[in-house]
Design a protein around this ligand. Structure first.
Ligand code: SF4
Length: 82
Protein backbone atom coordinates (compact mmCIF):
# COMPACT_ATOMS: atom_id res chain seq x y z
CA UNK A 1 0.00 0.00 0.00
CA UNK A 2 1.39 3.37 -0.96
CA UNK A 3 -0.71 6.11 0.57
CA UNK A 4 -0.24 9.82 0.74
CA UNK A 5 -1.74 11.62 3.70
CA UNK A 6 -2.24 15.35 3.44
CA UNK A 7 -2.92 17.43 6.50
CA UNK A 8 -2.98 21.16 7.11
CA UNK A 9 -2.44 21.00 10.88
CA UNK A 10 1.03 22.54 10.81
CA UNK A 11 1.41 22.60 14.58
CA UNK A 12 1.65 18.79 14.63
CA UNK A 13 5.02 17.07 15.14
CA UNK A 14 4.35 14.87 12.09
CA UNK A 15 3.49 17.70 9.71
CA UNK A 16 5.87 18.66 6.87
CA UNK A 17 5.99 21.28 4.13
CA UNK A 18 3.47 20.75 1.40
CA UNK A 19 0.92 19.67 4.00
CA UNK A 20 2.34 16.16 4.10
CA UNK A 21 1.80 13.96 7.12
CA UNK A 22 5.11 12.18 7.75
CA UNK A 23 3.91 9.82 10.46
CA UNK A 24 4.64 6.20 9.54
CA UNK A 25 1.06 5.40 10.58
CA UNK A 26 -1.87 7.36 11.94
CA UNK A 27 -5.13 6.62 13.67
CA UNK A 28 -8.28 8.55 12.86
CA UNK A 29 -11.06 7.96 15.34
CA UNK A 30 -14.07 9.61 16.90
CA UNK A 31 -13.76 12.80 18.90
CA UNK A 32 -14.97 10.90 21.96
CA UNK A 33 -12.13 8.38 21.76
CA UNK A 34 -9.64 11.13 21.01
CA UNK A 35 -10.74 12.92 24.15
CA UNK A 36 -10.88 9.94 26.46
CA UNK A 37 -7.99 7.63 25.53
CA UNK A 38 -4.39 8.16 26.70
CA UNK A 39 -1.47 9.17 24.49
CA UNK A 40 -0.21 5.58 24.31
CA UNK A 41 -3.40 4.48 22.56
CA UNK A 42 -2.72 5.27 18.93
CA UNK A 43 -2.04 3.76 15.52
CA UNK A 44 -0.11 0.73 16.85
CA UNK A 45 -3.26 -0.35 18.70
CA UNK A 46 -5.73 0.70 16.01
CA UNK A 47 -6.31 -2.69 14.41
CA UNK A 48 -7.68 -4.01 17.74
CA UNK A 49 -9.79 -0.95 18.55
CA UNK A 50 -13.57 -1.04 18.55
CA UNK A 51 -15.27 0.67 15.60
CA UNK A 52 -16.38 4.25 16.22
CA UNK A 53 -19.12 5.26 13.77
CA UNK A 54 -19.41 8.94 12.90
CA UNK A 55 -21.95 10.87 10.89
CA UNK A 56 -19.94 13.93 9.92
CA UNK A 57 -16.30 14.88 9.61
CA UNK A 58 -16.83 17.10 12.63
CA UNK A 59 -17.07 13.95 14.75
CA UNK A 60 -13.69 12.58 13.69
CA UNK A 61 -10.18 13.40 14.86
CA UNK A 62 -6.57 12.43 14.26
CA UNK A 63 -5.51 10.57 17.40
CA UNK A 64 -1.88 10.70 16.27
CA UNK A 65 -1.66 14.50 16.51
CA UNK A 66 0.96 15.64 18.97
CA UNK A 67 2.08 19.25 19.23
CA UNK A 68 5.45 20.35 17.96
CA UNK A 69 8.08 20.41 20.69
CA UNK A 70 5.91 18.24 22.94
CA UNK A 71 7.66 15.98 25.44
CA UNK A 72 5.13 13.27 24.46
CA UNK A 73 6.21 12.74 20.85
CA UNK A 74 7.40 9.22 21.66
CA UNK A 75 4.36 8.21 23.70
CA UNK A 76 2.34 6.91 20.75
CA UNK A 77 4.74 4.38 19.23
CA UNK A 78 4.61 6.28 15.92
CA UNK A 79 7.69 7.73 14.26
CA UNK A 80 8.26 10.56 11.81
CA UNK A 81 9.53 9.44 8.42
CA UNK A 82 12.21 11.42 6.61
S1 SF4 B 1 -0.47 12.95 12.65
FE1 SF4 B 1 -2.56 13.66 12.18
S2 SF4 B 1 -2.59 15.83 12.74
FE2 SF4 B 1 -0.45 15.18 12.61
S3 SF4 B 1 0.19 15.72 10.51
FE3 SF4 B 1 -0.51 13.57 10.49
S4 SF4 B 1 -2.68 13.63 9.92
FE4 SF4 B 1 -2.07 15.71 10.57
Amino acid sequence: MNQEIYCSVNTCHYWANGNHCKANKIMVTSDAVGDSMPDNFDAPQASMAAPTPANTCMETACKTFVPNQSDKINADGVYKQS
